[in-house]
Design a binder for this molecule. Structure first.
Ligand SMILES: [Zn+2]
Length: 134
């Protein structure tokens, strides 16, 4: 047993492929002024979530106030690592509704005007997760 390993705080990280990031930003811009919502595909290894693809969720209904989260169970696919949605108004902080509808390992929120620096990742407790663009 390595006692020193206990000193290192477990930290989740998100790696986002650059083209996936660009895909998210264009989708959010297209959906504006409504919220856009997409499923994040990728894989998780040792707390590091790599996101490299996007899926349009079934049954999604978007409106100005709220991106309709898929209430019907999503296909049980281990490559679905989370959800991204946009906030056309206000900050990129997750709302109570967002946290109650948390799906997967990570929730990404993009705020208007959906530029590179407007994208944020959160865990199920509403803590910010650092994003690496890869
Ligand atoms: Zn939200």
């Amino acid at each position: 047993m390595n006692l020193f390993s206990k000193k290192k705080k477990f930290e989740r990280r998100v790696s986002l492929k650059q083209e996936t990031r660009d895909g998210i930003l264009s989708y959010c811009k297209m959906s504006h002024p409504d919220e856009g919502i997409l499923i994040l595909r990728g894989k998780s290894e040792h707390g590091n979530v790599l996101i490299d693809a996007l899926v349009i969720p079934p049954f999604s209904e978007t409106g100005a106030d709220f991106a309709g989260f898929p209430h019907n169970p999503l296909p049980l696919d281990p490559s679905y690592v989370g959800i991204v949605h946009s906030h056309p108004i206000g900050s990129a902080e997750p709302s109570l509704t967002d946290l109650n509808n948390f799906f997967g390992l990570v929730s990404i929120i993009v705020k208007s005007p959906y530029e590179d620096e407007d994208i944020f990742a959160w865990d199920s407790s509403g803590n910010k997760i650092p994003i690496d663009i890869v």
